[in-house]
Design a binder for this molecule. Sequence first.
Ligand SMILES: [Zn+2]
Length: 215
Amino acid sequence: MYRRVIIFSCLFVLGGCIYNNEPVPQIVYNHSSSTSKFVLPKVVKPKPIRKQVNYNVPADWLPPSGLEKRWTAIVIHHSGTENGNSAIFDRWHREGRHWDGIGYDFVIGNGTDSGDGQVEVTFRWRKQLTGAHCKTPQNWANEDAIGICLVGDFNKTAPTARQMQSLLKLIRFLQRRYSIDQSRVFGHNTTPGARVTDCPGRLFPMSRLKSSLGY
Ligand SMILES: [Zn+2]
């Protein structure tokens, strides 16, 4: 019995930020009536996909053209763990959460269980599925935003230089392909409608990243 409890606790702790972000819609009280309402994030109309550009990126970053969705935003996460990779998070999310697999589209390694700066593409991106990385009212972020997870606990250490280089290259590719403005590149904690969280960590250099992005 105790062993079961310990195993369950470990899975919970190791699960990273996703486990701490159950959907909690933001509620605003309307004082003119007794009813309350959801605050919906700004609806952004998707732009056409720019398929003819030579992106010069790894082939697996390009989704199958017959399935490709018109994404409108990007959400950045940290794993909240010191180590990990796509396969490890996939197992946690299947076994710990009983999801259909890893919640993110991309995982960027930190040299522990995958290469430092290595970009792993998950089944979610290959099949262009709705994500499971950021709950919001009406699930807009999982539906419309691409989820990128960097391995690491950025409340304790900053991401590696190679992780940031890969992240920048990946975001620039996604921005160009889907015409995503840099104002639509969010940390989990600044995603409209997302529950309060410190993900992607206090040491994640969001303002430096934003200043490096075009559009
Ligand atoms: Zn997160």
